[in-house]
Design a protein around this ligand. Structure first.
Ligand code: KIV
Length: 268
């Protein structure tokens, strides 16, 4: 079983993917993925919102519980949704605790910044493992003005390096680096004792993460830094069209899919 503390033990890169339901989590676990992130990317990837901002605690809690029920080995990390943290410290800690206590997550992920250093320390002290997240943090889309690459000039890169160190010192057990230059991600990885997990951050992180829809080819669009390792959308479309055709042609259900009860012979 993967634990937050044991994440950097092996020599192999850490593999992380998102999942938002039990069947997907079971597949990821069977494939030996180290970390399953119940990301607030569920907003776009599973719930039909056009950003992550509307995602609620109840939605993350229910999806995390489903993923945790289907996972035996991987570390299950629940993403804290927009405004579930950062408004009030006690509420932030309670919400994080709920994800462990009621939804069975092993850890929480927090989109990080200067305002989350103390919070990370407090949660860690209480016993809630925290995965930090720097670079592009999609919950800040309205402040950033889009989903653009971060840390591209000296000042911005230094701020990310400083914040990475501050979160590691505050007790974060891992750090997600999203959409930052590969050389910045390499420098952060070099500087930290805790593992970095990159998405659009080049090959020099300790691990990689992708949104499941992008990795398996379920969505109609995926970001330029991700790669589709399958064509699940195409496969599903073929299967659904084949089902429709079989029903409309009267070919399904066939005899082998039906049960005739002899005791009911008089009925029909
Ligand atoms: O919500 C999410 O899926 C994430 C990953 C992209 C790291 O934060």
């Amino acid at each position: 079983m993967t634990t937050a503390r044991g994440l950097r033990e092996g020599d192999e890169p850490i593999t992380m993917l998102t999942a938002y339901d039990a069947p997907t989590a079971a597949i990821l676990d069977e494939a030996g993925i180290d970390v399953i992130l119940v990301g607030d990317s569920m907003g776009n990837a599973a719930l039909g919102y056009d950003s992550t901002l509307p995602v609620t605690m109840a939605e993350v809690e229910s999806r995390t519980a489903a993923v945790a029920r289907a996972t035996e080995d991987a570390l299950v990390v629940a993403d804290m949704p927009f405004l579930s943290f950062g408004v009030d410290e006690a509420e932030s800690v309670r919400n994080a605790g709920r994800l462990l206590k009621e939804a069975n997550a092993d850890a929480v992920k927090i989109e990080s910044g200067p305002h989350t250093v103390e919070m990370t320390q407090r949660m860690t002290d209480i016993g809630i493992p925290v995965m930090a997240h720097l670079g592009l943090t999609p919950q800040h889309v309205n402040r950033l003005g889009g989903y653009t690459r971060q840390g591209t000039d000296q000042d911005a890169a230094e701020e990310i390096i400083d914040l990475a160190g501050a979160h590691a010192e505050a007790g974060a057990f891992a750090l997600v680096l999203e959409h930052v230059p590969a050389n910045l991600a390499g420098a952060v990885t070099e500087a930290l004792e805790i593992p970095t997990i990159g998405i659009g951050a080049g090959p020099d992180c300790d691990g990689q993460v992708l949104v499941i829809n992008d990795a398996v080819g379920l969505g109609e669009w995926s970001p330029p830094f991700s790669r589709q390792f399958g064509d699940v959308r195409g496969e599903m479309l073929d299967a659904v069209e084949a089902y429709k055709e079989a029903v409309t042609d009267g070919e399904f259900p066939a005899e082998e899919h039906s049960h005739v009860e002899s005791a009911l012979d008089d009925l029909y």
